[in-house]
Design a protein around this ligand. Structure first.
Ligand code: SF4
Ligand code: SF4
Length: 60
């Protein structure tokens, strides 16, 4: 089970994580990224590495 952490204080709602996730984990909710399909996460780390604000942490 992968644990997804999002720091909503850092998130600026750019949508990069929504675009790069291959399995649609992320959606923007009220301008902040939310891992609405967290159980689908493949731990590819694309969102974590490409978030410009370092707001995402993927823990395997
Ligand atoms: S990539 Fe980072 S800053 Fe952009 S919406 Fe996702 S979590 Fe927020
Ligand atoms: S680690 Fe990969 S599969 Fe998991 S939420 Fe981020 S982009 Fe999606």
């Amino acid at each position: 089970m992968v644990e997804i952490k999002i720091d909503t204080e850092k998130c600026v709602g750019c949508g990069t994580c929504v675009d790069v996730c291959p399995v649609g984990v992320w959606e923007l909710v009220n301008g902040k990224a939310s891992p609405v399909n967290a159980s689908e996460c493949l731990a590819c780390h694309a969102c974590e590495t490409q978030c410009p604000e370092n707001a995402i942490e993927i823990i395997e």
